[in-house]
Write a protein that binds this ligand. Structure first.
Ligand code: HEM
Ligand SMILES: *[C@@H]1O[C@H](CO)[C@@H](O)[C@H](O)[C@H]1NC(C)=O
Ligand SMILES: *[C@@H]1O[C@H](CO)[C@@H](O)[C@H](O)[C@H]1NC(C)=O
Ligand SMILES: *[C@@H]1O[C@H](CO)[C@@H](O)[C@H](O)[C@H]1NC(C)=O
Length: 499
C-alpha cells in the first residue's frame, strides 16, 4: 500500500511545483533587472487592468516604479520602457536580440487566421516604398481624388444647386467616406457606392470586435459573429473577386503576385487581403474624425487652415464654382500645406496610441540614455507606449491635452521638429506610426489621404457642430495600443456647399 502511495504523492508534488512554476510564483527580480511587478493574480498578473485602460495602468506603474519596469501579463513578462530619450535602444536594436515578427505573427494568426511566409515582411516594405511613398503617391493621390469627390458630393445633392444643410454623425461620415474611397481605388460608380456602404457597415462590426478578439476574450456568440465577418471578407476580397475589379492598386497587385510566386494557398492569400484591408482602412477614417472635430472646436485653427486651402487653390488657378469643374488637388499641391501638416501631426499626437512590442530573443543589456543599464531576460517582451511616455508629457508638449493646431509649426511657418526633455533634444517626440522595423509602411499615404479629405471638406463645404457647446467625446479606453483611437460616442454635425 505504502509502496504505491509514494510515487503518487511524488507525482502530485511534482505537478504542484510545475504548476506554481508555470504560474510564475518563483520568478524573482534578479540583480540588474528592472523593478518587477507580478500583480496579485497568479499567471494573469495585470492583464485585466491593462486591457481595461492601458494608458491609466501604465501611468500608475510609471508613478510607482519609474521609467522602466517589468509586469506580468497572461504568463508573459513585459518590460515597459517609459523614457523617450532611451527609445532608440529598443527601436534600433538588432533583430538577433529583439524580434518584432514573432509577437506580431501570433497576433495576426489569432485575429486574422493568417500565417505569413518567409521574406514577406521584407517584400511588404519594398512594395510599400514603391507604391505608398514618393512617385507612387502621385498615382495614388490621383486615383483617390475622383473617389473622394464622388462620395462627398453625391450625398449633398449638388445637382439641383441647392445649398441646404445636411446632418450626419461626424465619426460615421468621416470613417465611411475615407474607408470607401480607399477601398475602391478605382472609379466609384453608383453600384459601388451602395455596395461599399454595405461593406463598410460590416467592416465596422468587425472593427468593434477587434480589441477583444486581439486579447482572445470574445464570448461565444461574438466569436461566431467574428467568424462570419471574417468569412464574408475573405470571400469579398478573394483573389478571384478582386481580380475582376478593373483597376486594383499596384500595392495590392504586387502583394498578390509575390504570394502567387511563392506558392501560397489561395485561401491564405484571401486572409492576407483582409489583414491588409484592416491595416490600411482602420486608422485613417477615425483620424479624420478627430481632426475635423478639433477644427470645429477651435475656430482659430479652422480659419488658419481654411485660408491655406483657399490660397493654394487660387495660386493653382482653381476655384470652386456652382456647376464648375471638380477640384484637381495634386500631390504637388499637398506638399505645400504646412499649417494643415501641423494640425495632422497634432491630431495624431493626441489620438494615435500604439503599443510597440518586441520579443527578447537572447539575454541582453539595455542601455538607457542616462547611462543606467538593465538586464533583459530571454523569452520576455519589451514594449513602448509612446502615448503616455512622450506624447502627453507636459515637459515635451506643454498643456498636452489641448489641441494646438500650430504646435508643430516654427515661427517661420515651417515644420517644427525641436522638442526637448531635461534640456535635451528628443528624436522620438511623437510616434503614431511606431518605429524601426515595424514602422507603418502606409504612413505617407495615410497622411496624404487625410489631407486630401480635409482639404476637400474645407474647399467644398461649410460645416459646424449641430450643438456648438458639444464637448469632445472621450477616447474609448478598450482600444489603447491598436493605432488610432475611437471616441466613446459619435457627434452630430451639419454641412452644406460653400458656393
Ligand atoms: C492614421 C492612419 C494610420 C496609423 C496611425 C497607422 C499606424 C500603424 C502602426 C502603429 C502600425 C504598427 C507598428 C508596429 O507594430 O510597431 C502600423 C502597421 C501597418 N500599417 Fe499603418 N497606420 C495608418 C494607416 C495606414 C495605411 C493608410 C496603410 C496602407 C495603405 C497602412 C498599412 C500598414 C501595414 C501594412 C502595417 C503592418 C506593417 C508590418 O507588418 O510591418 N497603415 N500602422
Ligand atoms: C488604373 O488604370 C489606368 C489605366 O488603365 C492606369 O493608368 C492607372 O495607373 C491605374 N491606377 C492604379 C491606381 O493602378
Ligand atoms: C490634374 O493635374 C495634373 C497635373 O497638373 C494632371 O496631370 C492631371 O491630368 C489632372 N487631372 C485632371 C482630372 O484634370
Ligand atoms: C539568461 O539569463 C537567465 C538568468 O537571468 C539564465 O537563467 C539563463 O540561463 C540565461 N540564458 C542564456 C541562454 O544564457
Amino acid at each position: 500500500m505504502e509502496l504505491l502511495l509514494l510515487p503518487v504523492l511524488l507525482a502530485v508534488f511534482a505537478c504542484a511545483l510545475g504548476g506554481l512554476y508555470l504560474l510564475g510564483a518563483f520568478r524573482r527580480r534578479r540583480p540588474g533587472e528592472p523593478p518587477l511587478d507580478k500583480g496579485l493574480v497568479p499567471w494573469l498578473g495585470h492583464v485585466l487592468e491593462f486591457r481595461r485602460d492601458t494608458a491609466k495602468f501604465l501611468q500608475r506603474m510609471k508613478e510607482k516604479h519609474g521609467d522602466i519596469f517589468t509586469v506580468q501579463m497572461g504568463g508573459f513578462y513585459f518590460t515597459f520602457l517609459m523614457d523617450p530619450m532611451s527609445f532608440g535602444a529598443i527601436v534600433k536594436e538588432a533583430r538577433g536580440k529583439l524580434d518584432f515578427s514573432k509577437f506580431a505573427m501570433q497576433l495576426v494568426k489569432r485575429v486574422f487566421g493568417y500565417v505569413s511566409i518567409k521574406d514577406e515582411h521584407k517584400f511588404l516594405q519594398s512594395s510599400s516604398n514603391k507604391h505608398l511613398m514618393g512617385d507612387g503617391l502621385v498615382v495614388m493621390t490621383q486615383a483617390m481624388m475622383p473617389n473622394l469627390q464622388n462620395l462627398m458630393l453625391h450625398s449633398i445633392g449638388q445637382a439641383d444647386g441647392q445649398k441646404t444643410w445636411k446632418e450626419d454623425g461626424l465619426f460615421n461620415y468621416c470613417y465611411s467616406i475615407v474607408f470607401r474611397a480607399g477601398y475602391f481605388v478605382e472609379k466609384a460608380k453608383e453600384i459601388d457606392r451602395v455596395a461599399s456602404e454595405k461593406l463598410f457597415y460590416e467592416f465596422r462590426k468587425y472593427d468593434k470586435l477587434f480589441p477583444n478578439l486581439a486579447y482572445g476574450v470574445l464570448p461565444p456568440r461574438e466569436k461566431m459573429e467574428a467568424e462570419r465577418l471574417k468569412r464574408l471578407f475573405w470571400n469579398k476580397l478573394s483573389v478571384e473577386n478582386i481580380n475582376k475589379r478593373e483597376n486594383i492598386s499596384g500595392w495590392i497587385w504586387d502583394q498578390q503576385q509575390f504570394e502567387e510566386e511563392k506558392g501560397m494557398e489561395k485561401y491564405m492569400q484571401d486572409r492576407h487581403m483582409f489583414l491588409l484591408l484592416w491595416a490600411s482602412q482602420g486608422n485613417t477614417g477615425p483620424a479624420a474624425f478627430w481632426l475635423l472635430l478639433y477644427l470645429m472646436k477651435h475656430p482659430e485653427a479652422m480659419s488658419a487652415i481654411q485660408k491655406e486651402v483657399d490660397q493654394l487653390l487660387m495660386a493653382n488657378g482653381q476655384a470652386v464654382k456652382p456647376g464648375g469643374p471638380l477640384i484637381n488637388l495634386t500631390r504637388d499641391m499637398l506638399l505645400h500645406t504646412p499649417v494643415l501638416d501641423s494640425a495632422v501631426e497634432e491630431t495624431l499626437r493626441l489620438t494615435a496610441a500604439p503599443v510597440l512590442t518586441r520579443a527578447v530573443v537572447e539575454n541582453m543589456t539595455l542601455k538607457m540614455a542616462d547611462g543606467r543599464e538593465y538586464k533583459l531576460r530571454q523569452g520576455d517582451r519589451v514594449s513602448l507606449f509612446p502615448y503616455t511616455a512622450v506624447q502627453l508629457d507636459p515637459e515635451v508638449h506643454p498643456d498636452p491635452l489641448t489641441f494646438k493646431y500650430d504646435r508643430f509649426l516654427t515661427p517661420e511657418g515651417t515644420r517644427k521638429t525641436d522638442f526637448y526633455k531635461d534640456g535635451k533634444k528628443l528624436k522620438y517626440y511623437s510616434m503614431p506610426w511606431g518605429a524601426g522595423v515595424s514602422i507603418c509602411p502606409g504612413r505617407f499615404f495615410a497622411v496624404n489621404e487625410l489631407k486630401q479629405f480635409v482639404f476637400l471638406m474645407l474647399a467644398y463645404f461649410e460645416f459646424e457642430l449641430k450643438d456648438p457647446k458639444e464637448e469632445v467625446p472621450s477616447i474609448n479606453t478598450k482600444r489603447w495600443g491598436f493605432g488610432t483611437m475611437q471616441p466613446t460616442r459619435d457627434v452630430q454635425f451639419r454641412y452644406k456647399l460653400r458656393f
